[in-house]
Design a protein around this ligand. Structure first.
Ligand code: PXP
Length: 247
């Protein structure tokens, strides 16, 4: 299995910078177009309930202007379902959302909400969107995502990245082992496997090397790195590291 590893660029934090001043710039759509130019295979944008970064108008503009697939990240609410059904994005990634969190802190508890989520994703799937569920690398969650009919699971790499940043390398390696085993398990069920959250140049390669993973979604680090080297070189370096690890 040597499929090309796709890079999904998350542009939420271009909107975070814009919204910090209530200005019209920097424009997330411009960032998305440059990401395409740099070799990103898709664009991810998370429309949060509180609209703290991406707005409804951003989603409309992305749908109208992107040449690569849009991965629309959203909570499992009626409001977001209606928006997704209106735009019919290539992919919908269902994430847990808490108002007070700074970012998506954990994976979705699919096993606990299996019935509701099965009904929630059915119309999205019927509308033609590939439904991805953002979960911890945890067997019961993967099994539940499979049972509700998701096409994709995205494994949360946040804990692995945090342990690396804290210098807790033995625990980081345990987490990597868990991600490795669960990527293989999800793939064996026929799920497409994605991964993301907190990935940097330092942490991406062991994840990119996992052969079952088809796509990485990366945002915050790349937007930060773009300040120093420009968005195109920042993405190209991530692409290079991913290809090197996969190669
Ligand atoms: N994947 C999902 C499902 C996410 O919620 C996020 C963060 O919005 C990412 C990937 C990207 O994480 P980061 O911005 O830390 O790279």
């Amino acid at each position: 299995m040597t499929q090309k590893l796709r890079l999904g660029m998350n542009i939420d934090h271009v909107a975070t910078v814009r919204n910090a001043r209530g200005s019209a710039y920097p424009d997330p759509v411009r960032a998305a177009k440059l990401a395409e130019e740099a070799g990103a295979d898709g664009i991810t944008a998370h429309l949060r309930e509180d609209r703290r970064h991406i707005t409804d108008a951003d989603i409309e503009a992305l749908v109208a202007n992107l040449s690569v697939p849009l991965n629309f990240e959203m909570a499992a609410t009626d409001e977001m379902q209606a928006i997704a059904l209106r735009h019919k994005p290539h992919a919908v990634c269902i994430v847990p959302e808490k108002r007070e969190e700074r970012t998506t802190e954990g994976g979705l508890e699919v096993a606990r909400e299996e019935n509701r989520l099965a009904h929630f994703i059915a119309p999205l799937r019927d509308a033609g969107s590939r439904v991805s569920i953002f979960i911890a690398a945890d067997r019961p969650q993967i099994e539940a995502a499979h049972r509700i009919g998701a096409a994709v699971v995205e494994l949360h790499t946040g804990a692995y990245c945090d342990l690396h940043a804290d210098g807790k390398f033995a625990e980081r390696d345990d987490e990597l082992k868990r991600l490795t085993e669960m990527a293989a398990f999800a793939h064996s069920l026929g799920l497409e496997v994605h991964a993301g959250h907190g990935l940097t140049y330092d942490t991406v390669q062991p994840i990119a090397a996992l052969p079952e993973i088809a796509e990485l979604n990366i945002g915050h680090f790349l937007i930060g790195e773009a300040i120093f080297r420009g968005i195109i070189p920042a993405i190209q370096e991530m692409r290079r590291l991913m290809d090197e690890a996969r190669g």
